[in-house]
Write a protein that binds this ligand. Sequence first.
Ligand code: SAM
Length: 465
Amino acid sequence: MGLYAAAAAVLAGAEGRQGSLKGLVYSSSFQNVKQLYALVCETQRYSAVLDAVIANAGLLRAEKKLRPHLAKVLVYELLLGKGFRGGGGRWKALLGRHQARLKAELARLKVHRGVSRNEDLLEERSRPGQAYQVPRFVRVNTLKTCPEDAIDYFKRQGFSYQGRASSLEDLRTLKGQHFLLDPLLSELLVFPAQTDLHDHPLYRAGHLILQDKASCLPAMLLSPPPGSHVIDACAAPGNKTSYIAALLKNQGKIFAFDQDAKRLAAMATLLARAGVSCCELAEKDFLTVSPSDQRYSQVQYILLDPSCSGSGMLSRQLEEHGGGTPSKERLQALAGFQQRALCHALTFPSLQRLVYSTCSLCQEENEDVVQVALQQNSGVFRLAPVLPTWPHRGLSTFPGSEHCLRASPETTLTGGFFIAVFERAEVVPGPAPQDKAVAPEPLSKAPKRKRRRKAAAGASVEPST
Ligand code: SAM
């Protein structure tokens, strides 16, 4: 095995918690241990920078066979290291095609952070409040107002509207009293990170919801038309539920479950303030909700946003040592519940589309859960190829994982997030309101088919977010 492949294997092993970098280097069959160790340490040190550059340059989308860890090592060598060793062989030729774009993305990152040396990109991470600053996203609650009226209100207050952003770059450079409309979501306003709207009259009146863009995507991608029946399986405190209600225009029904009474009480207040009238709240363990109950016979859409480690949450990354990395035992327990909940949700007889989301960055809670669910429902459900231009995709752990979406401050200017959209295999995808490649068909006419019912018993885990 060559140096770069060995380094990629060590990085993948470390991410999969198979051991420490040092342990994995020593157990590797690569002979020059010192050289290998230096390369993986340096690549790891620049990991966030490399992730951002690779995602923004669209490298993995263009080179579908290139695995993410190998890409990271190679891009490190190309941009930050001493250049390809031993001539670089085929890797030099492969990366050569993307060299200009990768260099431009690195330069852009430095300009954005106001630094001139590669080293200075690293220091940002340890400055709380600096590295993870993302814009303040504000969703206009269309049950109560419309984006045009909200924009006018802000303009009257002295804010300066800059129109609809055309790229993430526009969001990155927002300053002062300027604000924009998000390039992807037409009801999402974007303000500079420091903007505090918690006391804003429109927020207090439920016209605005302070919701990160990544957290808006699950409802947007579920995209239920008015009149639909929807289950929100783990719903409290209800920000996504309220967005679903807005998409439904309060027409249809949302069955919202949560097993935490306190969070449900907060949710009831939030929904009332947001003017949601199409939602039935129930204090219930979703795993005990029967798919054969007649009440759910018309449910074609399910949102499953289960308890997770929250390792992608900005506040946690800042507060917790080690970037909020959860213990192996906690991850196992969470992933067990997520797996059971997802497989249970996929047994609802009329289900056509399901969005699975977490605010975790851990593969165990994301790609691994999705992969098992796909294997257990092979031929019945598949991943929908959503948002093809979204820059940050699922880790390449199984064929098709590129249909999953990831989000992070570095790559998408949002909190850390993961989303997978399941659709029944018989449904032919058509244009969606927000993104032509994602759209669900009119689902009511889709044929039903027998499907396997999977055991879904077992204890759930306390809510974490
Ligand atoms: N979707 C919510 C939102 O956008 O506001 C956030 C959901 S939070 C990540 C996960 C929720 O799942 C918690 O409120 C937790 O109480 C709930 N939960 C955990 N286990 C559950 C179960 N077995 N059945 C129903 N809800 C559960």
